[in-house]
Design a protein around this ligand. Structure first.
Ligand code: MN
Length: 718
């Protein structure tokens, strides 16, 4: 039955257990009307308007105590798939209801379009395709955690109304899929309330006779046992009360499917299932659980080996509880489960309960981990071939923004890929990255579940060509290249010309002749290169290499592996926040050398190392500083890395020649400039490469010892 929007709003508020703000109310009513129009004229097999389905799904979502965004998404979850002919688009949903809603609706639609049940059962499909389908499903779910919750509610409502479906094959397929895919996901996420119902509904449709029989048996057993069960409940309840422990004791009945499965698996008769009825004790807090356990064990003897402490060691899906089995005065086994109210809520709603508490990122991380675990379990169940297990490795990683949004990246992706995934401009202004709160180098390989924060510098003039070495995703590389194509076209052309010059030397001909040659002309046509300028720019950005062209002229040439290998980052002289291998730049203002007191500043194109006393960093805000130290090997006299430094030497007029001679004999790359002359003193500026401060000190001392030298001092700015 379709109700007016106001009544619907009231129902939702009741289920969510809270009043909605004006804006939320408006959004919800808008979505309600939108969905009603979209599904106008569509019927379900039950003969009811299709719209009732999405309304029911949205109510289930509200029951999980999710937010309005999730409820709205549930209302709209079938619009894209079922109303295509009416021209509804994702963009429209994003425009009217926001990008979050659009993301969730898109995710649910994608899962539906995968036709997972048909694919998993299709014998003609290879394991690889099945695996890829599962991966796509996880990806759709990972886009937003609410996707899977809406999907589970969607499935639950479809299962609740499955008896209206006429095609028995469809009923069986949906039920099998529910048991194979959706109930296990619900289990993995700890949403047991949904899992139980899904399993029982699927069981009912797949084995109607067994289901009916079992239902009768359980009902009979329950009424038979009612008096005894109540006696146990009262006895334990009273004992807890007199011990001053606040607790609620109830009887709990296993759900049908789990009884049936236990009978099948262990080959047991119904009467042999002794834990059919268990007692459940719900306390206020954790401590009370252990106290209650003590009381239970004091009135009934525990069965040895049956006590399980899932509070100290929770199950992998987060389930927490104390389990014990006791022998009652009637000589019967009785299972008792003890947990706090919060643990109970989590046992019923799993991670959805955390969602309601807004516990944030940690929950989201766990969520993904569990989805991935589920994936590997399904895959190992799906494979008849051992080698499938090696395919388990996902070719994508999921990482998070600091706000908890999930991003998919190819395996091996680095922070620079992540930055470009968020936004091209963020990528262009990349200055550094923190993963799980720690600085990482630009070549850091992102791991599943990492929380990645990109540090940007708005004043940065753009990416560095070096980044191409670290970008793993072709899309990132394309974006970086495009930037250079647009901004540094001329620079790339120059680089390209340089490559051509090298080629002309190698081939002992001229650049023009190369460009006019038939080989190059054909190559350009084949690769869709329209002009020689275009060719040079592509040579410049590395998408075409020297060897690509050389091969045209010398086909027998043994091609060097021309994929650029990143230079060893271990050569970085600076350790950033305890990490080696981070790409840094030495500041051009103060020219720090190993041994100088230094600070790192997150700046344009990464981290720049300044001398602690550099005047250029006085106004840098605190949050832009990172802690840096010199790597030990660069401080030693054996160091093989040289860095530039500037000295000013005051030498008595006429004596400058001996300085020149001395510096020449040092055989270090250098530049000497006579800066100014007084009447009797010449000021010489010396630009020279040194290993470190020890080396520099030696050099200064030697210079001071040279005849005519008055003063030697280091220049910080030049
Ligand atoms: Mn649906």
């Amino acid at each position: 039955m379709i109700v007016v929007a106001e009544k619907y709003l009231e129902d939702i508020e009741k289920l969510l257990g809270k009043k909605l703000g004006d804006e939320e109310q408006d959004l919800l009513i808008k979505a309600y009307e939108f969905a009603r129009q979209a599904h106008e004229g569509q019927m379900r097999e039950s003969g009811e308007p299709f719209f009732t389905h999405v309304v029911e799904v949205s109510k289930l979502v509200a029951e999980l105590k999710l937010d309005v965004t999730a409820v709205v998404s549930a209302l709209l979850h079938d619009v894209l798939e079922d109303c295509k002919d009416k021209g509804y688009t994702l963009e429209q949903i994003a425009d009217e209801f926001g990008s979050e809603v659009a993301r969730i609706v898109d995710g649910v639609t994608k899962i539906n379009e995968l036709n997972i049940e048909t694919k998993i059962e299709d014998e003609t499909l290879s394991s690889r395709i099945k695996l890829a389908t599962l991966q796509k499903m996880i990806m759709a779910m990972a886009a937003d955690l609410r996707v899977i919750l809406v999907k589970l509610c969607d499935r639950l409502h479809n299962m609740r109304t499955l008896h209206h479906v006429k095609d028995p094959e469809k009923i069986a397929r949906k039920s099998r899929e529910t048991l194979k895919i959706y109930a296990p996901i619900a289990h993995k996420l700890g949403i047991h309330r949904i899992m139980w119902e899904l399993e029982d509904l699927a069981f009912k449709h797949l084995h109607p006779d067994d289901y009916r029989k079992l239902k009768k048996l359980v009902a009979r057993k329950l009424s038979e046992r009612e008096r005894v069960t109540n006696m146990y409940i009262n006895k334990l309840g009273d004992a807890l009360k007199s011990a001053g422990i606040k607790a609620e004791v109830t009887g709990r009945v296993k759900h049908f499917y789990s009884i049936w499965r236990k009978m099948k698996e262990k080959n047991k008769e119904f009467d042999e299932i002794y834990d059919l009825i268990a007692l459940r004790v719900i306390t206020d807090d954790k401590d009370a659980c252990y106290s209650a356990l003590g009381i239970a064990h004091s009135i009934w003897n525990p069965v040895p080996g049956r006590f399980k402490d899932y509070i100290a060691v929770p199950k992998s899906n987060g389930y927490k509880s104390l389990h014990t089995t006791v022998i009652t005065e009637r000589g019967e086994y009785l299972e008792i489960q003890i947990r706090s109210r919060k643990m109970h809520e989590e046992a019923e709603y799993g991670l959805a309960a955390h969602w309601a508490y807004k516990e944030g990122l940690d929950t989201k991380n766990k969520w993904i981990t569990r989805l991935i675990e589920w994936h590997s379990e399904v895959v190992s169940g799906l494979s008849h071939l051992k080698d499938l297990e090696t395919e388990l490795e996902m070719d994508e990683v999921f990482v998070f923004t600091p706000k908890g949004e999930v991003k998919h990246l190819p395996k091996g992706a680095t922070p620079i890929d992540f930055a470009y995934t968020i936004h091209t401009e963020i990528g262009h202004h990349y200055a550094g990255a923190k993963v799980n709160g720690r600085m990482v180098p630009i070549n850091y390989e992102l791991q599943m579940g990492d929380v990645v924060e990109i540090i940007v510098n708005k004043n940065s003039s753009g990416p560095s060509l070096d980044w191409l070495k670290y970008a793993k995703s072709p899309r990132t590389r394309a974006k970086i290249r495009r930037f250079f194509k647009e901004k540094y076209h001329q620079e790339l052309v120059e680089r390209g010309k340089e490559v051509l010059r090298r080629l002309s030397k190698r081939l002992s001909t001229s650049v023009d002749e190369i460009l006019e040659s038939e080989k190059i002309q054909n190559f350009m046509i084949k690769n869709g290169i329209g002009s020689t300028e275009d060719l040079m720019s592509r040579l410049g950005d590395g998408s075409i290499t020297f060897y690509d062209l050389l091969k045209l002229f010398e086909p027998t040439v043994v091609t060097k592996k021309h994929k650029k290998t990143p230079k060893s980052l271990k050569q970085s002289p600076v350790i950033v926040e305890g990490l080696t291998g981070i790409d840094v730049n030495m500041a051009g203002c103060c020219h720090p050398i190993p041994g100088d007191p230094i600070v790192g500043v997150i700046s344009r194109r990464g981290i720049t190392i300044h001398h602690e006393k550099c005047s250029n960093i006085k106004n840098v805000p605190d949050d832009k500083f990172v802690e840096v130290t010199w790597a030990r090997q660069f401080l030693s006299t054996d160091s093989t890395v040289y860095l530039p430094t500037w000295l000013e030497i005051e030498v008595r007029s006429g004596k400058a020649g001996s300085i020149v001679a001395y510096v020449e004999h040092l055989n270090l790359s250098h530049k000497l400039v006579v800066n100014r002359k007084d009447d009797n003193v010449t000021f010489i500026k010396l630009h020279i490469l040194v290993k470190n401060s020890t080396h520099l000190e030696e050099l200064i001392n030697t210079l001071k010892g040279i005849d005519g030298v008055e003063k030697v001092r280091r220049l910080r700015h030049n």
